[in-house]
Design a protein. Structure first.
Length: 166
């Protein structure tokens, strides 16, 4: 087992759901560091849509009806939305025991926040590499969503793990 596998494996006496939840909270917190760096060159004029390659344009779910936002606004809205959901007393009233219905929300949070990595990788590669080289956050996040089956493999478009094709 790699160090990453060990980090992502819950202690025997801890609920798996709580472990997944706490890791996702931490990833979102750390992802704010990439969002901060992106502000240097990602703005509504340079990145009018949230894209990753020519094939992927993402709609922002922070609005009553999902719509296109600039990439930096999408990033902010997504991280704000993730923080609101993960800190919601309605869905996560306890951090010791998490209901199955609340755990089902983790996958959609993962899909949305992963798009921030995708955009940075395909459109701001230098900033992505600088951030990734110091934090390994995308690699850790990709390993996490793969281990816990929180995202479909075809959505993992940043070739960060050894077994992924670019």
């Amino acid at each position: 087992a790699t160090i990453l596998d060990l980090i992502l494996t819950p202690p025997p006496d801890l609920d798996d759901g709580v472990w997944k939840y706490e890791h996702l909270r931490q990833f979102c917190l750390q992802l704010n560091g990439l969002a901060f760096m992106l502000q240097e060159e990602c703005n509504p004029e340079t990145c009018i849509q949230m894209t990753a390659t020519e094939q992927w344009i993402f709609l922002c779910a922070a609005h009553k009806n999902p719509k296109e936002c600039s990439a930096i606004d999408y990033t902010r809205h997504t991280l704000d939305g993730a923080a609101s959901l993960l800190n919601s007393n309605k869905y996560f009233p306890s951090r010791i025991n998490i209901k199955e219905s609340s755990l089902s929300k983790l996958g959609s949070v993962c899909r949305r926040v992963y798009r921030i990595f995708s955009h940075a990788y395909f459109h701001h590669r230098q900033l992505f590499d600088e951030f990734e080289n110091s934090t390994h956050l995308c690699k850790r996040f990709t390993t996490y969503v793969t281990k816990y089956n929180l995202m479909a493999q075809e959505h993992l478009i940043v070739p960060i793990l050894p077994n992924q094709q670019s």
